[in-house]
Design a protein around this ligand. Structure first.
Ligand code: G6P
Ligand code: MG
Length: 229
């Protein structure tokens, strides 16, 4: 049991990761990397795909290079990261409401109705494009994206900055994350970490609460702190 679970918490803000928590764009990121790997004749196993959750574009490429035992020059890396992003942006054109994680928008609306502030905390430089494309940008009081940060999850920067912009102290912020690196980042920020979805290892990463899906989540119990008492 973590120290957060032993004390009563008041949640004033919830910061959502984007890919895999609000929208299933995590699958489009994977498709983009898989296509790049196919181009290059490299392997892209499922466990490597999971390791890329929450990780910046260049760091993701490095993980793929390392897992294939391949090295590349800075220029080659720039080109490959750019190529993957072009693939990803092509896939984004297909994204519509069917790509929303079921219950995510309702959950955010319910939280807002109860006066909870909503933030976005994503490592993606494409995050605002995704929100705008789906017409859900206005659900977020503040958004911190890959364009605002210099350090990737598990560094807490994305969430610390989000809490500051929302004007809420860390212990009153909860973070919804599908990535091991994201749960670690939320914990490092001193926030309540909610491990969302089926990713392996969220428990071991120290998630304060595991939420398999939004249908499972009782929002009143969550805000009252009784889900982890
Ligand atoms: C999120 C995703 C990662 C992605 C990263 C950067 O954290 O979970 O899979 O690599 O954003 O995304 P970008 O759109 O900037 O390449
Ligand atoms: Mg994610």
């Amino acid at each position: 049991m973590t120290k957060k679970m032993t004390t009563k918490v008041t949640i004033e803000a919830v910061i959502f990761d984007l890919d895999g928590v609000v929208v299933y764009t995590d699958e489009y990121h994977s498709r983009g990397w898989r296509r790049l790997c196919d181009d290059q004749g490299w392997r892209f196993p499922e466990e490597v795909s999971d390791q890329l959750r929450g990780v910046s574009r260049m760091e993701s490429l490095q993980i793929i290079l390392d897992s294939n035992g391949v090295s590349a020059t800075g220029e080659e890396k720039e080109e490959m990261a750019h190529r993957k992003n072009e693939y990803y942006k092509t896939y984004l054109q297909e994204v519509d409401e069917s790509a929303l994680v079921p219950g995510a928008v309702d959950c955010i609306r319910e939280l807002r109705r109860r006066g909870v502030l909503i933030g976005l905390g994503s490592a993606s430089k494409n995050a605002l494009t995704v929100l705008r494309g789906l017409g859900i940008e206005e659900l977020f009081d503040q958004a911190v994206t890959g364009l605002d940060i210099t350090r990737s999850k598990p560094d807490p920067q994305v969430f610390t900055l989000g809490g500051q912009r929302l004007g809420v102290s860390p212990e009153r912020c909860a973070v919804f994350e599908d990535a091991v690196s994201g749960v670690e980042a939320a914990n490092a920020a001193g926030m309540i970490s909610v491990g969302f979805g089926p990713t392996q290892g969220l428990d071991q990463a120290g998630a304060d609460l595991l939420v398999p899906d939004y249908a499972w989540l009782d929002i009143d119990a969550f805000l009252a702190g009784t889900l982890w008492s």
